[in-house]
Design a protein around this ligand. Structure first.
Ligand SMILES: Nc1nc2c(ncn2[C@@H]2O[C@H](COP(=O)(O)OP(=O)(O)OP(=O)(O)O)[C@@H](O)[C@H]2O)c(=O)[nH]1
Ligand SMILES: [Mg+2]
Length: 358
């Protein structure tokens, strides 16, 4: 009888122990939520995938150098996690990689890392330092420099579809809104519908337009437009040009000719070309630097307009353009409507880059 009671007591203890163990295993994390905890509970499949990848990299001993490229919390949060308070050489190298993946470009990335490293100490917030250095690399906000000549002249250049004509429409509306008399000139005599498209923008913006028949010499359109704008007392003439591949030498030479002819016409009216704006699509990535270099060599670009920043593009390319060519970003396109043009704000740009999913 006693043996039976003792055996039952042992059995009860064993069952209780098994139940306790099972409950603890199925509970919400044995050691609290941990870095991956909140993501799992969101039910976001991609987050689960990221956690999975992070766990497998921890298992393979590469956790530090193989941080998943789309960590939650954006680039800034990722930089904080990566560097901590005493970054190793490899972690600084990894920061360079993170920036390159955000389209910042190898040279600008190396420069930024060197700047952050020089200012870093154990109490620093690396994301804050990085943000400040991005702002400092971009330089102060740079307005359009339009002279008092009649007309002040802006030429707009860039590859096909970058957003030149749309930007011209928006810019015309903005200048018109400040009381300027604006004229547009269609030097894109190559594309069939170009004149019509620019005409629609002129109408929306409430400004004048000059155009010639398709196939006309783009240089003579620009030349005549300067005389016409001068005769009509216009304050600003904005010249649209055909989109062209920056690698096509004859097309780039043609652009050089438009600039020279416009300069000559401007000299006759006592003015000069005030701005040559290169329109860059924010989604372009590293090809943007090749575009910027070719256009700068052909026509001495004075500023960049970064378009399509209303999408998910980070626009890191402007850091490369600034770093390697010294050309400032002046305007930003944030949509397809006439009001969707903003003056470039380096601080806002840096904030956006650091908040972006890296
Ligand atoms: N979302 C968005 N779309 C834009 C922006 N700027 C231009 N676009 C669109 O980009 C497309 C091309 O714009 P265009 O202004 O015709 O480009 P373009 O450089 O003049 O093109 P080509 O004359 O053919 O070389 C159009 O669908 C525009 O609506 C922008 O800031 N945001
Ligand atoms: Mg166009």
């Amino acid at each position: 009888m006693e043996i039976l009671v003792a055996a039952s007591a042992v059995l009860v203890v064993v069952v209780v122990l098994i139940v306790v163990l099972l409950v603890r295993r199925s509970g919400p994390g044995r050691d609290g939520p941990g870095p991956g905890g909140p993501e799992r509970s969101t039910g976001d499949g991609r987050a689960d995938e990221r956690v999975g990848r992070a766990e497998s990299s921890i298992a393979s001993g590469t956790a530090v150098l193989d941080v998943p490229p789309t960590s939650p919390g954006g680039l800034g949060a990722r930089v904080r996690r990566l560097l901590g308070s005493a970054p190793t050489h490899d972690e600084w190298r990894e920061l360079e990689g993170v920036l390159i993946r955000a389209d910042v470009g190898a040279r600008a990335a190396a420069d930024l890392v060197a700047r952050v490293k020089a200012r870093f100490d154990s109490g620093s917030d690396p994301a804050r330092l990085l943000r400040d250095e991005i702002v400092s690399l971009l330089g102060p906000a740079s307005e359009l420099g339009l002279s008092d000549a009649r007309p002040a002249i802006v030429i707009v250049v860039g590859v096909n579809g970058a957003g030149k004509s749309t930007t011209i429409g928006k810019l015309a509306a903005r200048l018109h809104g400040t009381g300027k008399r604006v004229m547009l000139a269609n030097s894109d005599t190559f594309r069939a519908a170009a004149g019509e498209q620019l005409g629609i923008w002129a109408q929306r913006a409430g400004v004048q337009i000059v155009a010639q028949e398709r196939g006309a010499d783009p240089g003579s359109v620009a030349f005549d437009a300067v005389s016409s704008a001068n005769a009509k007392g216009c304050d600003v003439l904005i010249i649209d040009t055909a989109g062209r591949l920056h690698t096509k030498t004859p097309l780039m030479d043609e652009l050089g000719k438009v600039r020279r002819v416009t300069e000559k016409a401007a000299a006759q009216t006592g003015g000069s070309i005030d701005e040559i704006l290169l329109v860059l699509d924010a989604q372009t990535g590293q090809n943007g630097i090749a575009q910027a270099r070719a256009f700068t060599e052909a026509v001495d670009v004075t500023g960049v307009v970064l378009t399509k920043m209303d999408g998910s593009a980070r626009g890191g390319i402007v850091l490369v353009v600034r770093e390697e060519l010294g050309v400032p970003v002046k305007l930003v396109g944030v949509g397809e409507s006439i009001d969707d043009l903003e003056t470039f704000d380096p601080s806002a740009f840096a904030d956006r880059l650091l908040e972006s999913d890296a």
